[in-house]
Design a protein around this ligand. Structure first.
Ligand code: SME
Length: 157
């Protein structure tokens, strides 16, 4: 991972381990990512409530408001990542049939599942206005970040 991303990951870790409510720390994570990485245009969390185990509910985010505040498992990229419990990267959303559009400006998306104590608790979702923008450094940064975000995501549900 490049030096800039390594430093950013340390700042993200500081926020996650810092004081404050879990939801506020997750929102600060979104802001740090959106402010520091030019090709991250919408950054947000979807959370899974124990009372509604098959639905993703929009949590803290930074970017344009989205109509997709509740997503059934299986629907769109987020819903598919929830079923598969796997990271899904879509380099060109226009080529994706199972996709829920938030804005016509979005060209690419990556969704990472979050776990806590072995339980699927939510997702980190990033939209980009640039086609095919995610590099191996992005994957390394986001994989490490997703591991850190499980506990606050579980607490924010
Ligand atoms: N595009 C997502 C929906 C969420 S928005 O990007 C914020 C999807 O296809 O699941």
């Amino acid at each position: 991972m490049n030096e800039r991303y390594t430093e950013l990951l340390e700042r993200l870790r500081g926020v996650i381990d810092g004081p404050g409510e879990a939801a506020a720390r997750l929102e600060a994570v979104c802001a740090l990512l959106a402010d520091n990485i030019e090709h991250y245009d919408w950054v947000g969390f979807y959370l899974v409530s124990p009372r509604e185990p098959d639905t993703l509910i929009l949590g803290p985010y930074v970017g344009e408001p989205t109509e997709h505040t509740r997503i059934a498992f299986g629907a769109g990229v987020c819903g598919r990542a929830a079923l598969e419990r796997a990271t899904i990267e879509v380099p060109d959303v226009r080529a994706e049939s199972n996709y829920l559009s938030c804005s016509l400006a979005v060209r690419a998306e990556i969704v990472l599942p979050l776990h806590h104590d072995g339980e699927f608790v939510g997702e980190l979702d990033i939209d980009s206005h640039r086609p095919d923008p995610f590099t191996p450094d992005d994957r390394a940064l986001l994989d490490a970040l997703a591991r850190l975000c499980g506990p606050p995501a579980a607490a924010a549900r």
